[in-house]
Design a protein around this ligand. Structure first.
Ligand code: CA
Length: 233
């Protein structure tokens, strides 16, 4: 069933081999590149379904690779970064990366990230877009046209800001959104990126959305990075 083509961009041979071995055992197709320039060429000539991109490359900055690839395609990009590159990881997400893996990561984590991304891709297919004025995820329903959100049959009584945050998360389901991305989308550039305030609004939203706000099902926290709405079965 997994026939997706993955472009693996990683200059560290042992890590690259771990990734390609994992992909091979799970029926993914793959291409590899160990430098930024060749990654851009592979991406443009083979049009992969997903790109796994190491941020620390010998020739180009990984951020630059994302910028160039994003100039012509929305192919999902999952960045791979070392813990010391946390700021780069956030910049990568703000430049259009979809998700990230922090080294060292397990094979299970890698596969989980690929599944999340594939599910998101499946949702973006044309047949899914016809009814895009209503978003459903588990028992959550957002009716964009009516400006209402429901949990099962029950309407959620959200403040305007909570509703805006919920819509932003829903429209990007499966993607990790950084604090900066969210605050700029909700409040615009005049907002001074106040993460503490965002956290307060998020807590309010979760109290209404989640049956157990302390172990949220819909909105996942990425500490120091941002939030992601998960697909709920
Ligand atoms: Ca590297």
């Amino acid at each position: 069933m997994n026939k997706a083509l993955i472009l693996v961009v990683e200059d560290d041979a042992p890590i690259r081999n771990l990734i390609t071995t994992t992909l091979k055992t799970h029926d993914y197709h793959y291409l590899t590149a160990s430098r930024g320039e060749s990654a851009i060429i592979e991406a443009s000539s083979h049009n992969p379904d997903i790109i796994l991109l190491d941020l620390g490359l010998p020739d180009l900055d990984g951020i630059e690779v994302i910028r160039q690839i994003r100039s012509w395609t929305n192919t999902p990009i999952i960045v791979i970064s070392a813990r010391s590159e946390d700021a780069d990881k956030i910049e990568a997400l703000d430049c259009g990366a979809d998700d990230y893996l922090t080294k060292p990561f397990s094979v299970e984590e890698l596969l989980a990230r690929l599944r999340v991304t594939q599910r998101r891709l499946a949702m973006m297919q044309p047949e899914g877009t016809a009814k895009s004025s209503v978003f459903t995820n588990g028992s959550l329903k957002v009716d964009y046209a009516a400006g209402c959100a429901y949990l099962g049959e029950k309407e959620l009584h959200l403040t305007p800001i909570e509703y805006k945050i919920l819509c932003l998360m829903a429209k990007n389901v499966g993607r990790v959104l950084t604090h900066t991305y969210i605050t700029q989308n909700i409040w615009g550039n005049c907002w001074d990126n106040n993460v503490a305030s965002l956290r307060v609004f998020m807590a309010g939203l979760r109290k209404k959305l989640e049956s157990e706000p302390n172990s949220p099902q819909y909105i996942q926290t990425h500490i120091g990075v941002g939030y992601r709405m998960m697909r709920v079965e």
